[in-house]
Design a protein around this ligand. Structure first.
Ligand SMILES: Nc1nc2c(c(=O)[nH]1)N[C@H]1C(S)=C(S)[C@@H](COP(=O)(O)OP(=O)(O)OC[C@H]3O[C@@H](n4cnc5c(=O)[nH]c(N)nc54)[C@H](O)[C@@H]3O)O[C@H]1N2
Ligand SMILES: Nc1nc2c(c(=O)[nH]1)N[C@H]1C(S)=C(S)[C@@H](COP(=O)(O)OP(=O)(O)OC[C@H]3O[C@@H](n4cnc5c(=O)[nH]c(N)nc54)[C@H](O)[C@@H]3O)O[C@H]1N2
Ligand SMILES: [Mo]
Length: 609
């Protein structure tokens, strides 16, 4: 029997192994709220849904084999294969050996690059992959394709895609949606009233993309409550805020939060509860926004009665809430879900405007926060150096598509579209390569995706499991799960960097994404660019050592790699953050990264789109 340290999206744990079989997964003992999902990992590893051997879709395989036997690519065969794409998801699969699978993948990549250029290779491959930062499949794919001359990638994400686009125009970098927050200790100590748009659903705090050793948020929330903070949860679902914080629940009609925020702002304005000083010294566009609120601009006052009609929250409740927000140290939080919607940028912008009207951005525990509790570390202090990450190199194809436009891209090659004030064109996709994501689960309109997915000539997928996406591929390469390899787990809001030791041997014929790409890179003549001459453990040591140097620049001493690896991880000393502290104190010396250096309640840039 052996016990090794490991980690996953759902938490850090010790894997107990006998005869190459997982017999127990014991959550990190210091974790106060380990996720029950950790226990299921063991079962998934040996599930009947594992991809056992490389597999190819039959009619695609016949076409590619015939083409390889003939002198080279012919238009007729290309056309055939194109037509056969409609059978993706319907044709049976044929198992093949690794050598042939790698030869086919390499020759398809070469053919498409030669005939259509690198932009015809779509390698966006959106998805969470696994927690380990070295074997992160999507990052491995990007590094591999970049060393091969580039690929069409994706920008943004499904999580906070609209926020990531609006915030740079009106507040600053997208990190304001992804962890740049006042830390829990500050909120627990100072906040008196917390108005949560979309609640703070504890279900979502179970996981973190780089893994998590410490599920702190339930305890932090309880401490905030125990310190006397009152909570209002504005959400269609009652248990988006846990009972133990005793929230006032305001059930709202989904997608109408902006109207509520405007109604609250209108009450602040008409009752003189807004902070004119903050609005005129720390913001631009206050007059324009005020004229919109009171109706001078369009004849409609956005008052509480107007908002009540749209949101179905009574007008008197809205007025009382506005007064109470002005009378208390108030935190306004907004869940990511609000912006994962039509016109999703509006509630984030409106929440910022409402917080600016209250003017409490000047005080600890007041102001706003985007995404508290969206994942297990959101609101935790973030260490000041970057978490380890495999470098992807440079993508010579500099025209990524917005993450959620995959179906649009596949269905409309060459067509124009607008994005963030620019006119762009979709590439003509001939080959789709996906590793570490499941678009047939995560995309919105799956029937439309299926129609688009039929168009490329070749679809290659790496997966440990027969997911819907694997079933819609031409070539499926079996990937190992995290437990079958060594790695490094880290998230900048988690207290620990985790040494992830291999617990079991690879199942069936599975190979690490890294090994698959290394073999392909060898066939394509770019092995040195891809591997940089390092093997798995050399890479893990290299990533850790780079992080250790970056930490040292901030006066944080981390042990040497060998000691870290042996120990199973290292704890990072914790700190505290008050959001926008420097800007609040001196906006001239510490301007925001917006065009004006201030909060933009009106944006000339967006107005120009
Ligand atoms: N209807 C609806 N759709 C949504 C959302 C929603 O709220 N509602 N949320 C959206 C959001 S925010 C997100 S982030 C996405 C999530 O979308 P995804 O990240 O695509 O979802 P996952 O199912 O986590 O996909 C990860 C895949 O990687 C595979 N995998 C794990 N480890 C490895 C590995 O080592 N190698 C390889 N090659 N593969 C591996 C897993 O088996 C799994 O199939 O979904 C989006 N879609
Ligand atoms: N257990 C678990 N946790 C996860 C994930 C997972 O798959 N499983 N995925 C992770 C990922 S990738 C992400 S991006 C985050 C997502 O984090 P969020 O976007 O915060 O999560 P959701 O669960 O989509 O939404 C939170 C709540 O918002 C409410 N809501 C929806 N629409 C509206 C609206 O218009 N107005 C208001 N006021 N409320 C609304 C819903 O009731 C919902 O329960 O979760 C992460 N955490
Ligand atoms: Mo997400």
């Amino acid at each position: 029997m052996s016990s090794v340290a490991h980690s996953s999206h759902w938490g850090a744990f010790t894997a107990v192994v006998t005869d190459d079989t997982l017999v127990d997964l014991v959550p990190e003992p210091r974790d106060p709220h380990p996720s029950p999902m950790i226990a299921d990992l063991g079962e998934s590893v040996d599930s009947g849904l594992r991809v056992r051997r490389p597999a190819a879709r039959r009619s695609w395989l016949e076409a590619v084999r015939a083409e390889r036997r003939s002198a080279g690519p012919s238009d007729r065969l290309g056309e055939d294969r194109h037509r056969h794409g409609e059978r993706r998801g319907a044709d049976p699969f044929v198992e093949i050996d690794w050598d042939e699978a790698l030869d086919l993948a390499a020759s398809e990549l070469s053919r498409v690059r030669t005939e259509y250029g690198n932009a015809a290779i779509f390698g966006g491959s959106y998805g969470w992959s696994s927690a380990g930062r070295f074997h992160h499949a999507r990052t491995q794919l990007h590094r591999f394709l970049n060393s091969f001359g580039g690929h069409t990638s994706q920008v943004g994400n499904y999580s906070f895609g609209a926020a990531a686009m609006i915030l740079p125009h009106v507040l600053g970098p997208a990190q304001f949606a992804n962890g740049r927050l006042s830390s829990w200790d500050v909120v627990s100590e100072h906040t008196q009233l917390w108005v949560m748009f979309g609640g703070l659903a504890l279900k979502n705090t179970q996981l973190e993309s780089g893994g998590i050793s410490d599920h702190t948020i339930p305890g932090r929330l309880r401490a905030t409550r125990d310190n006397g903070c009152a909570f209002v949860s504005v959400s269609p679902i009652r248990d988006d805020a846990p009972d133990f914080i005793d929230p006032q629940w305001l059930p709202i009609r989904p997608n109408t939060d902006t109207a509520l925020m405007l109604g609250l702002g209108h009450t602040l304005l008409t009752e003189g509860l807004h902070d004119e000083g903050f609005l005129t010294t720390r913001c631009v566009g206050w007059e324009r926004f005020r004229d919109y609120l009171d109706g001078s601009e369009d004849g409609t006052a956005k008052d509480a009665d107007w908002a009540a009609e749209i949101t179905r929250i009574p007008a008197e409740t809205i007025r009382e809430l506005a007064r109470s927000m002005a009378g208390n140290r108030t935190m306004i939080s907004v869940a990511w879900s609000l912006q994962r919607a039509d016109h999703g940028e509006q509630p984030f912008w409106a929440a910022l405007a409402l917080a600016a009207m209250l003017g409490q951005i000047r005080w600890p525990g007041g102001g706003f926060g985007f995404g508290y509790g969206a994942t297990g570390t959101m609101g935790n202090w973030q260490y000041p150096f970057p978490a380890p990450r495999l470098p992807v190199g440079v993508n010579a194809v500099s025209a990524p598509i917005p993450a959620a436009r995959i179906a649009d891209m596949l269905l409309a090659p060459g067509e124009k579209y607008e994005f963030n004030g620019e006119v762009r064109r979709y590439p003509d996709t001939r080959l789709v390569y996906w590793a570490g994501g499941n678009p047939f689960h995560h995309h919105q309109d799956l029937n439309r995706l299926r129609r688009g997915w039929a168009r490329p000539e070749t679809v290659i997928v790496h997966e440990p499991f027969w997911t819907a996406t694997a079933r819609h591929a031409d070539l499926v390469l079996p990937a190992t799960t995290t437990l079958e390899r060594n790695d490094l787990g880290a998230a900048s809001g988690d207290r620990r960097i985790i040494a992830m030791h291999r617990a079991i041997t690879p199942r069936h014929e599975a190979r690490a994404d890294w090994d698959i790409f290394r073999a392909l890179a060898g066939r394509l003549g770019v092995a040195e660019d891809f591997t940089a001459g390092r093997d798995e453990m050399e890479w893990i040591a290299h990533l850790y050592t780079s992080t250790r140097s970056a930490a040292a620049e901030h006066g944080i001493d981390l042990p040497e790699f060998a000691d870290f690896w042996e120990e199973g991880g290292v704890d990072i000393p914790q700190g505290s953050t008050v959001l926008l502290e420097a800007f609040r104190a001196d906006p001239v010396a510490h301007p925001l990264e917006t065009p004006s250096g201030l909060i933009e309640l009106f944006s000339a840039t967006i107005d120009g789109f």
